[in-house]
Design a protein around this ligand. Structure first.
Ligand code: AKB
Length: 312
């Protein structure tokens, strides 16, 4: 029987992944772990283990005792927070990854999922429809840790047969929690301000387009990749994944179709520099060809879904 462990379960992605997996595999097949408990009642229906992913012994014990077949290792310090704490970001992102990969190498789990990001790309990558194999020269610690992590995942697959799979997520947009420490997070905040009837102060330039994705698409992509037959998973660094793409100005206009009085003002800060080093849009041909990926949400669908869900 499959047993799934999510490490970093109380974060923005973890909460949604657990709920998606509970619906698909049953509440008892999904266990959450983090250094703090989740505030989400649905997540808390399942078993929770207190776990510091940087503690090698603790990770080994949980994976030895738990009988898990699948581990989703989501722990990371994101781009903006990583620039304020470069060494802590590097330490957290890399150490926790090695702890999981080493356990997988010893055969304690069958499959590992580890998220990468559009942050692997830097200023020299082509901005439009950025290709899978273009140059990855990120300017953030987060991006550097993701490029290094991708290469380590490939190394563990090729040298030790560890079945580790990965996606380069765009900015993820979901209603269940507020993200923290990222550069794409402005978009989630915009929805909350709009529904509170408040003006939104955006820290990016109005025309800074970024790749984005509705959380439902992100969760479906994750589970489809994890369920794909091993021979279909040809990319062993991390797959480019495309949802939709928009700028703060375009988001503002789309929200205004439902909430005409919504207004965004722009005060770019250091996060604008990070955003300007990233792609505007992503080419995910390999994900489509290898395991049949196709996004559902365009900008219009994403905005409608977010406003409806937050209103509820
Ligand atoms: C961030 O903005 O740092 C993240 C990401 C794109 O990986 N959302």
């Amino acid at each position: 029987m499959e047993r799934h462990l999510v490490i970093g379960a109380s974060g923005q992605l973890g909460i949604e992944l657990i709920i998606g997996m509970q619906a698909k595999y049953g509440v008892n097949a999904v266990v959450s772990s983090d250094i703090r408990t989740s505030e989400d009642a649905d997540v808390n229906r399942g078993e929770f283990i207190l776990l510091d992913a940087t503690d090698q012994k603790a990770v080994r014990k949980v994976l030895t005792d738990g009988g898990f077949t699948h581990v989703y290792h989501l722990v990371a310090m994101l781009s903006a927070k990583g620039e304020d704490n470069p060494l802590e970001g590097w330490e957290l992102n890399m150490k926790s990854l090695f702890n999981v990969l080493e356990c997988a190498k010893e055969g304690l789990v069958e499959k590992v999922f580890w998220p990468s990001s559009i942050a692997v790309f830097g200023p020299n990558a082509h901005k439009q429809a950025t290709a899978q194999d273009t140059c990855c020269d990120p300017t953030t610690v987060y991006g550097v840790s993701k490029v290094a992590g991708e290469l380590w995942c490939k190394y563990y697959f090729e040298h030790y047969g560890v079945d580790v799979r990965s996606l380069r997520y765009p900015g993820l947009i979901g209603h269940r929690s507020l993200p923290g420490g990222g550069t794409t997070d402005y978009a989630v905040e915009a929805f909350h301000r709009a529904l509170e009837g408040k003006e939104f102060e955006c820290y990016l330039d109005e025309n800074e387009a970024l790749p984005m994705m509705h959380m439902d698409d992100a969760i479906r992509a994750t589970l489809e990749l994890m369920e794909a037959p091993i021979d279909c998973v040809r990319v062993r660094t991390s797959y480019n994944l495309s949802g939709c793409s928009f700028s703060p100005f375009e988001l503002n206009n789309e929200i205004k179709k439902t909430i005409p009085e919504f207004k965004t003002v722009y005060s770019p800060d250091i996060r604008q520099q990070i955003a300007s080093s990233w792609p505007d849009s992503i080419d995910d041909t390999d994900a489509r060809a290898d395991w049949g990926w196709k996004a559902v949400y365009d900008v219009e669908g994403l905005v409608k879904a977010m406003l409806d869900a937050l209103k509820r």
